[in-house]
Structures are given as C-alpha cells and as structure tokens.
Design a protein around this ligand. Structure first.
Ligand SMILES: NC(=O)c1ccc[n+]([C@@H]2O[C@H](COP(=O)([O-])OP(=O)(O)OC[C@H]3O[C@@H](n4cnc5c(N)ncnc54)[C@H](OP(=O)(O)O)[C@@H]3O)[C@@H](O)[C@H]2O)c1
Length: 320
C-alpha cells in the first residue's frame, strides 16, 4: 500500500479508500458483523482512509465505522459528508443544519473530529462565501480537519477554490466524484483543475458499482441483490458501449491471468486518483490486494480507453 498527501496538506491517506455506503441496512450491504470483518481486513491491508456519509443507511454506516475505530481513532482518516437529503426537514447547508448534522456524525462516529468533511452535493443558488465560512469555522475549532467537495462540477470547483483562496477561507483539498473506466467525464474539467491546483481527486464507484467486475453479461437482466435494490446503477451503466469497454478489460485480464476487477481498479490507481472501493463481502478485498500489484502498460491503458464514448453528465443523487 502506498500513502499519499491529501491535497496540499500533510495528512497521509492510503492510495485506496474504503467506502462506507456498503455497510448498513439494505439487503446488498454488509451487516454490522460482516462490516467489522471487512474493516479489519482492510486495515490489515494498509487501508487507513474510510469514507462515509450522514445519509448512508440513515446513519448506520457511520455507527458501524465509529464502533470499529473508537479504540484506535488516531490510526484512521475518516471522511463523512453533509448536505444530502436526510428528510424533508433536514438537508442542505443552512448553518443550523450543518451544525446539527455534524454533531450527529461526530456522535455516531464516536469521535470529536472528522478528518475530511465533504459537501455531498452543491447548489448554485447558494451564497458560496456563507458556506465556506460555515466550514471554515469548524476547521478553526478543530471539529473538522479538511474540507472536500463531492459531486462537484468543474466551474463550481474552480469558483469555490478561487473564492476561498481570495477570502482566506478553508480551501477544498479533495474532490470526490464519479469516475471509472466507463464513466470518465471529469477528465474534461474537474481532473485537470485538481491536478493543476494540488487537489486530490477521489473516484467513487471505481468498479461501476460492480459492473466492471465482469459479473454482469450483455443482454442478460442483472440479478444481483444490489442491482435490484440500488437502481441508480441500472441507469448509470449497462449501455452497449459500457460492455465494449468491459470486453477490452476482460481481454487484458485474460492475458494477465487476473480478474476484470483487478484491471479496472488498477486503471484508476495508475492515474493516482484515490478510488473509494465498495466492499460488500470480505473476499472483494482480495481483488483490491491484487490490483495494488498490477502496473498497466501505456498500450493497455490505451486499449481500455479506446472504446469510451462521452456520456451525459451523471451526478450522485445524495438523496435528492
Ligand atoms: N459521493 C457520492 O455521491 C458517492 C456516490 C456513490 C458512492 N460513493 C462512495 O464510494 C464508495 C464505493 O461505491 P460503490 O459501492 O458504487 O463502488 P464500487 O467499488 O464501484 O462497487 C462496489 C460493488 O462492486 C461489487 N464488487 C466489489 N468487489 C468485487 C469483486 N471482487 N468481485 C465481484 N464484485 C465485486 C460489489 O457488488 P455486490 O454488492 O453486488 O456484490 C460491490 O457492492 C461508497 O461506499 C461510498 O463511500 C460516494
């Protein structure tokens, strides 16, 4: 496992982040006991960075993670998110709302600080300075270490970051957006901005919610529990062109005697992005370990990218 600096900071995060959305109450998710085993194995693999959100399983994901980290808090880098729709009454970035949700997250995570606090989504109608001041205040009183943006568009990221710098408010150190071999839209704006400005780029759904593991076949209706319960993935993936890219990944995996999963994750790792992997079963981490050992050639990267066609803009739903 390699470790890298978060954005322009000295905080060292593992090159792979463990996603907390697969811990909780839905049928496809790991329950409390299963999640503990996954968290332990991930830690043994060297993963120190765990991501979650206040809305994942209505706070249960944070509770599971909090229970796991409580005795060794300093060993972990924890990110969580605010702004997603908790209920009709609780959502967004009003100051009282952020205060309320931050305190709940701290309680569930059994900690008095969050290393990285993300806005789960962004609304153009907001007074950006007001939101930046809200987050800056928590940085100043050490309730949060650093500020991150999720589901952010290029022009929003550039505006927020420039404004924060100009007004001496907390600047985003990380962007967590949707990215994988079949969804590469951020290569146009967000990723170049991050690279040029020292912001970490973190890729959520690096395996396209399991599509890139190769367990789904062209023309066959998906039958996994997750595909039935998490309908977002059916809208995002499963296009003919996605299967074309998967075919190229499968060919490379066969040549290297490895799995499509390992090649797909290695593709994201090779770009020095921080993949947020979804692990609903302990055995999935074996493929993560394999991916860490793979180095793709320039020719293999070109083959993976050859059949990609631009997609419509797909942002996370954050409960909205
Ligand atoms: N900011 C946001 O709006 C946002 C949105 C989405 C996700 N996220 C973050 O990103 C994390 C990961 O998202 P994701 O779950 O969509 O990520 P993913 O890594 O693309 O997909 C994970 C799924 O892939 C399948 N899988 C994993 N390893 C496998 C293996 N070795 N073999 C076969 N199948 C395998 C599992 O499907 P099965 O469960 O069907 O076995 C698992 O649920 C989340 O936990 C969350 O922290 C953030």
């Amino acid at each position: 496992m390699r470790y890298m600096h978060l954005g322009r900071t000295d905080l060292e995060v593992s090159q792979v982040c463990l996603g907390g959305m697969s811990f909780g109450s839905a049928g496809w998710m790991a329950n409390f006991e299963e999640a503990r085993t996954i968290l332990r194995k991930a830690f043994d693999l060297g993963i120190n960075y765990i991501d979650t959100a206040n809305i994942y399983s209505a706070g249960k994901s944070e509770k599971i993670i909090g229970e796991f980290i409580k005795d060794d808090r300093e060993e972990f880098i924890i990110s969580t998110k605010v702004g997603g729709k908790v209920s009709e009454k609780h959502h967004g970035f009003a100051r009282r709302e952020v205060e309320f949700e931050l305190n709940l997250s701290l309680e569930r995570l059994r900690t008095d600080y969050i290393d990285i606090y993300f806005t789960h989504t962004w609304f153009d109608r907001l007074d950006t300075v007001d939101v930046l001041k809200t987050f800056s205040r928590y940085v100043d009183i050490n309730k949060i270490g650093y500020f991150g943006l999720s589901n952010i568009k290029g022009y929003q990221l550039a505006y927020i970051d420039s404004l924060a710098e100009g007004k001496d408010l907390t600047r985003p150190q990380i962007a967590q957006n949707h990215y994988n071999a079949i969804y590469r839209e951020d290569e146009r704006e967000v990723i170049p901005y991050c690279i040029n400005n020292g912001i970490s780029f973190s890729a959520f759904s690096p395996l396209a919610a399991g599509f890139l593991s190769g367990k789904y076949e062209r023309g066959i209706t998906p039958k996994t529990v997750r595909s039935k319960e998490y309908s977002v993935m059916l809208n995002r993936y499963f296009k003919e062109n996605d299967f074309d890219v998967l075919d190229d990944i499968t060919a490379i995996a066969n040549e290297q005697s490895t799995t499509q999963y390992a090649i797909s994750l290695a593709y994201v790792l090779q770009k020095k992005f921080i993949p947020v992997v979804g692990v609903s079963k302990e055995k999935h981490l074996d493929d993560v370990a394999t991916a860490l050992e793979i180095s793709l050639t320039d020719d293999q990267v070109k083959r993976i990218e050859k059949h990609y066609l631009p997609h419509g803009l797909e942002m996370g739903t954050a409960g909205y």
